[in-house]
Design a protein around this ligand. Sequence first.
Ligand code: GUN
Length: 302
Amino acid sequence: MAAKLISGTDIAKTIREELKDRVRELSASGTTPGLATVLVGEDPASRLYVGMKGKAAAEVGIHSRQVTLDADTPEAELLALIDELNADPAIHGILVQLPLPDQIDDRKVLVAIDPAKDVDGFHPINVGALFSGDHTALAPCTPKGVLEMLFRTGNEPEGKRCVIVGRSNIVGRPMASLLIRHHGTVTVAHSRTRDLAGVCREADILVAAVGRPGTITADMVKPGAVVIDVGTTRVEAPDRPRGFRVVGDVDFDAVSEVASWITPVPGGVGPMTIAMLLTNTVEAAARSSEQGAAQGAERAGA
Ligand code: GUN
């Protein structure tokens, strides 16, 4: 294999160690970061992700509250829970796992979350802030994790051709904003892109976020490109203990012969998403603590 492996597992571990120190400092000054995760329904993949997020939070010292609601929970009940979490001073980050059941309108839920606690970066205020170049906005965790992987392996996007395949709100679109912010030249390709292979071959940095195994083959990759695989598709594997394995969008073995760096699946972007959720939660708590201190000083001066 020619390409070097970008281990999200290792980078995320380093980040979690760094966060432990920040959490300790914040806790010592009276603000223990708190994260609430909300799961509606029983989807096994969502249940697993939410469990992993809560566990990772607790491991770095973040106070974690996990709420699970029945699949038939009315929208009003979920909105009432969000109001409660918005008002709870022990909670600095709120994550509602998507997708939500049909009776609940995702958009209503996302706008109900206090933008200051929106650690997913999905509230329209944060989406708009990110898109308009506001560096202080809480950015969505998966693309933020991809960026962190690029920086921590010396693959800064500045001046480079970046091609993202996929235009979702969770990955493709915010990924484009973040790469533009860091001076990449960005193309967002998607299912209707003509000559997808030709577009991908222009990329110095290729981010695949489609959710379809085998989308990126070796002939679509420029020699020496950095290839980031965001795909996570469960495929049946009766020989595995859980009966499935998770595969990305990239034909890993063949592309490894062409790329200079590549992320594996699993062990690539996945652990980074969780590390960035913790980072955003700590960031939100730090801001809340600073705001509290500033308000205290104002009151003292008044
Ligand atoms: N479902 C798939 N990815 C995500 C994510 O990053 N955040 C939330 N809340 N739900 C998701």
